[in-house]
Design a protein around this ligand. Structure first.
Ligand SMILES: CC(C)(COP(=O)(O)OP(=O)(O)OC[C@H]1O[C@@H](n2cnc3c(N)ncnc32)[C@H](O)[C@@H]1OP(=O)(O)O)[C@@H](O)C(=O)NCCC(=O)NCCS
Length: 165
């Protein structure tokens, strides 16, 4: 990846759910994979019924295999300038090559094009998310909020924010 300075992301389709959930399982854990499956199923069910769930998901493939996943999620009732990063993961086989940074650049570009000005991400205090916390800080995000004892294991929710507009 050292030579590659950009990647092309493609919208997720319903047939990508299984492989995407496996990626989340490998990059995070089984609980997150279950929640990801529910989110993706809800997203595609809503779309089929013409309901805008405020979500969109993109994939990065190499040689036909999904190695990267990234999405945007806006609260349909929330301020129009705010958007959240959603289901962001790089397969462990391809981490630390710059893929995550390129995925973030691609999704930031989409977010700016859509008129969003503030990008937030919900992450957690546990070991699973240590790489993510260090990654976000390295990309200019700062901690803007925290909810103690948010996950069943007692982890806190940490919200990082970045101005993009
Ligand atoms: C967070 C995550 C998406 C980052 O993906 P990634 O592809 O490893 O990201 P990058 O390679 O762009 O950057 C990761 C680190 O590698 C370094 N790096 C980038 N290119 C590199 C290269 N060619 N060689 C060595 N290191 C490199 C970066 O400086 C960065 O360091 P930092 O974390 O200390 O800031 C990935 O770690 C992940 O999937 N984590 C588990 C899932 C998760 O927690 N997702 C977020 C939920 S909120």
């Amino acid at each position: 990846m050292d030579k590659c300075r950009e990647i092309t992301i493609e919208p997720m389709v319903e047939g990508d759910i299984e492989e995407s959930v496996k990626l989340i399982n490998a990059a995070m854990n089984e609980d997150e994979a279950d929640w990801a499956r529910e989110t993706f199923e809800l997203y595609f069910k809503s779309r089929k019924q013409g309901i805008d769930s405020g979500r969109e998901y993109y994939l990065w493939r190499d040689d036909g295999k999904i190695y990267g996943l990234v999405g945007l999620h806006r609260y349909v009732w929330g301020p129009g300038e705010n958007v959240w990063l959603s289901w962001f993961a790089v397969h462990p086989e391809r981490q630390k090559e710059g893929v995550g940074g390129l995925l973030l650049d691609s999704i930031k570009e989409k977010a700016v094009q859509k008129g969003y000005r503030k990008l937030f991400v919900e992450t957690y205090s546990g070991d699973t998310f240590e790489k993510a916390r260090s990654f976000y800080k390295g990309k200019g995000f700062s901690e803007v909020g925290r909810i103690e004892n948010y996950l069943p294991d007692g982890s806190s929710m940490i919200v990082f924010g970045l101005n993009i507009g």
